[in-house]
Design a protein around this ligand. Structure first.
Ligand code: ADP
Ligand code: MG
Length: 315
């Protein structure tokens, strides 16, 4: 069987085992693993970027590659309602690379790490025929802030923290040699993360996930882990003007960027009706959680299954 037949998530299911240590509160299947230590929850996450696939040195300055590598990991800690603490950074480098390139890469990582109080405390360095950067980040949270993918309930509202699709729009522009509109290109190169609101949202959200693989995929993850269904209203998905402009220039549907693109590193969260007013300022309602037997659907005049999203080995 080939990997493209089962995809990234099919593969992860195959290789997953139930953890043996009793302190593992959440293993594989959320944005970060959760280990219960006394009254606290320690969070562990890791994300890898491969040259040519996740970034291209022709258009991605080293400092921004570093920023994105660090931010994408901190984003997973944010999605758990956690505070990030430590990072381990492993890099494979080509021997003919400039030392200054690697220094800039680290400047980017340190800048983002410093902003969120993260120390880089170790890692590994090796050579390779392609550059690979792997960052692992640990964090910490408490019961009140811990927000899993599995907590959504029927009737909850589904919100996203900001307009989506910018990163994918930027990638498509770069692939075709466009230098404008600038905002989506910048969103792709330096997406940041939503630590600024995550802890506040976490107090009221029933479930949360970061948007790394597109809205469609993230909604399905929440539904799968929570054992419920969802209906997304396509016209409520927020898109900014520059992303819509990119869609026009490229003759592509900007809603597809939001639904199936990914790498926006915004937050998608669910809240019970009674908490909606407390989180309205942090996001836009895009749909509701429904019973499992109603499926995971999108309404766009007609109602259809919510398919797609970025998945390694398949696209
Ligand atoms: P995210 O997009 O939040 O980084 P992923 O979709 O990459 O999460 O991963 C989904 C889940 O599978 C996470 O809990 C992650 O830790 C786990 N996972 C991914 N790849 C592996 C692997 N090779 N071995 C074990 N667990 C993995
Ligand atoms: Mg994530």
């Amino acid at each position: 069987m080939k990997l493209y037949e089962i995809g990234e998530f099919g593969l992860i299911k195959k290789i997953s085992r139930t953890p043996k240590r009793k302190e593992v509160f959440v293993g594989i299947g959320d944005d970060a693993a959760v280990i219960k230590v006394g009254e606290e929850f320690i969070l562990y996450t890791t994300d890898m970027m491969v040259e040519g696939d996740h970034f291209r040195t022709e258009w991605h300055p080293p400092e921004k590659i570093g920023r994105k590598a660090m931010a994408s990991n901190i984003s997973d800690i944010a999605a758990m309602g956690g505070m990030p603490e430590y990072a381990l950074v492993s890099i494979a480098l080509r021997s003919d690379m400039e030392v200054e390139f690697v220094e800039s890469l680290y400047k980017g990582m340190y800048d983002v790490a410093d902003r969120y109080g993260v120390d880089i405390i170790g890692g590994d360095t090796t050579h390779g025929s392609l550059m690979v950067i792997n960052v692992a980040v640990t964090g910490r949270t408490d019961k009140g802030h811990l927000t899993l993918r599995s907590g959504a309930k029927t009737g909850d509202y589904i919100l996203v923290s900001a307009p989506l699709g910018g990163s994918r729009a930027g990638l498509e522009l770069l692939k075709r040699g466009y230098k404008e509109p600038k905002a989506p290109i910048e969103k792709h190169l330096d997406p940041g993360c939503r630590m600024d609101i995550a802890r506040d949202v976490a107090l009221f959200a029933s479930a949360m996930i970061d948007v790394s693989d597109g809205l469609a995929s993230e909604v399905r993850h929440i539904c799968e882990e929570s054992g419920i269904g969802a209906i997304i209203e396509r016209e409520r998905i927020p898109l900014d003007r520059e992303t819509m402009k990119a869609g026009k220039i490229l003759d592509m549907d900007p809603y597809d960027f939001a639904l199936h693109g990914g790498e926006d590193y915004e937050l998608l969260f669910t809240v019970p009706e009674e908490n909606l007013n407390k989180v309205r300022r942090y996001g836009t309602v895009v749909g509701r959680i429904v019973d499992k037997d109603m499926g995971v659907r999108i309404e766009n005049g007609e109602i259809m299954d919510l398919k797609g999203g970025y998945e390694h080995f398949i696209e």
